[in-house]
Design a protein around this ligand. Structure first.
Ligand SMILES: *[C@@H]1O[C@H](CO)[C@@H](O)[C@H](O)[C@H]1NC(C)=O
Ligand SMILES: *[C@@H]1O[C@H](CO)[C@@H](O)[C@H](O)[C@H]1NC(C)=O
Ligand SMILES: *[C@@H]1O[C@H](CO)[C@@H](O)[C@H](O)[C@H]1NC(C)=O
Length: 404
């Protein structure tokens, strides 16, 4: 009898895991969302209106049902999770310590970057872990604009803090935009799974707030504010944010942006001199922040992450105070096609994403970017190409970033 019960219990647990795995496979694949702007076209005929006051009993009861189901899913997924329990300066040792619904304080992980700098790859690595609620491009309603100061900065920060508190009540403009760009919620696999099954509540404030409050890990990828603006999040001790600034070789950024029509919508995305200016400002801020917040701020270059993903992700996981969950390892193994373990593999032999620009760009284009970006390239450790044959061959990344 007893053994039989265990047997059926295991079968039940197994099917739950399979179900979750199926969700991951269906909705969690990283290549389904472009970095920005290309997700228009799918309409949500039967989706709830933004800002509607549909508090009908039917709606409330549907929300309640979904929330109860999601709570159980998270609970089951987190059973074997290794909580920090004092490691990494985080005392949490059980789920409710990290869940807003239970008056806990989630682990809040931020990546600040700019368009086409590897942040999609970065974010997807972490959403492979259970318990992650991913605020993907929370400032999409600010358009293709960098946020460098007033008047946009204060509204942007207000929205980011509202999301980090799972308060969607004042985010109608954001939700309006998201509704039109399904890749934004699709980047958040557990949310998207529920939206697929329950489209009529997907954009309901109450649903989103309650859903968000169930998750122990709140991950956010921010593209528009400069680091100088985004650092405000680090100053908020109650949030306890840990923030990574992700940067990339400007030649790689522009090669990648060239093929994105959304980028032509704004000078902030299409003009090299503006990117280069921001890279200088970001560098100066980063030097300051490393002194001011040595344990909650760090920088990362996309090239380093791509060349040694296992090593870099392990460092990031520890920095954020997370557990190196087997799903994360699996994600890296299946999404980085070449063998980093082989000491004879040099990137000169591998066609790898961050370095495509060496073959795709004309030397004249490279020269123009280098002219604009001479100073930030030096700061961030990127080597100028001297001529076309040099460009095709050389290692553009040094392992030296002065002062960082
Ligand atoms: C969706 O986007 C298109 C083009 O960007 C816009 O014309 C349309 O009004 C938007 N629809 C909604 C519901 O926001
Ligand atoms: C832990 O937190 C304290 C105070 O915020 C800080 O000084 C220390 O460097 C942190 N240690 C680690 C390992 O993050
Ligand atoms: C390109 O630059 C390299 C390094 O300075 C030099 O050795 C090589 O001769 C140059 N090639 C051409 C075609 O100018």
């Amino acid at each position: 009898m007893f053994n039989l019960a265990i047997f059926y219990g295991l079968i039940g647990l197994g099917s739950l895991c399979l179900g979750i795995f199926a969700y991951d496979q269906l909705y969690g694949s990283p290549l389904k969302h472009p970095e920005e702007g290309l997700g228009v076209g799918r309409s949500w005929k039967d989706a709830g209106e933004i800002g509607e006051t549909d508090d009908s009993l039917a709606t409330l009861s549907e929300i309640q049902q979904v929330i109860d189901l999601q709570r159980r899913i998270i609970h089951d997924q987190m059973i074997d999770y290794q909580y920090p329990n004092g490691r990494y300066n985080i005392s949490a040792n059980k789920l409710e310590d990290l869940v807003i619904e239970r008056n806990g304080n989630p682990i809040r992980s931020v990546v600040v970057s700019t368009w086409r700098s590897g942040s999609t790859f970065f974010g997807d690595i972490f959403t492979a872990s259970p318990g992650v609620f991913y605020h993907f491009e929370p400032l999409v309603d600010f358009g293709i604009n960098k946020i460098r100061g007033p008047p946009l900065a204060s509204q942007a920060l207000k929205n980011l803090k509202a999301l980090f508190s799972c308060d969607y009540s004042s985010l109608d403009r954001y939700l309006e935009r998201v509704k039109n760009r399904t890749y934004i919620f699709r980047a958040n696999p557990p949310l998207w799974a529920q939206c697929q099954a329950h489209p009529s509540i997907c954009y309901n404030h109450k649903f989103l707030s309650e859903m968000c409050k169930l998750f122990p890990f709140q991950l956010m990828k921010i593209l528009r504010p400069t680091l100088h603006i985004a650092q405000e999040l680090l100053a908020d001790e109650k949030l306890g944010v840990r923030l990574v600034f992700l940067t990339r070789d400007p030649r790689g950024v522009f090669q990648s942006r060239k093929h994105r029509s959304f980028c032509q919508e704004g000078l902030d995305c299409s003009d090299p001199s503006l990117l280069c200016k921001d890279m200088v400002s970001d560098y100066n801020t980063a030097v300051e922040l490393q002194k001011k917040y040595p344990s909650t701020f760090r920088v990362l270059r996309y090239e380093d992450l791509s060349l040694e993903p296992h090593k870099e992700v392990k460092k990031l996981i520890e920095f954020y105070g997370l557990d190196f969950h087997p799903n994360i390892k699996k994600y890296i193994d299946t999404h980085t096609k070449y063998d980093f373990g082989d000491p004879y593999t040099t990137f000169r032999d591998s066609k790898i994403a961050p370095f495509h620009w060496r073959t795709e760009l004309e030397f004249e284009e490279v020269e123009e970017i280098q002219r604009n970006c001479f100073v930030p390239m030096k700061h961030w450790g990127y080597v100028p190409a001297l001529n076309i044959s040099h460009q095709r061959e050389f290692n553009p990344v040094t392992n030296y970033m002065p002062h960082l």
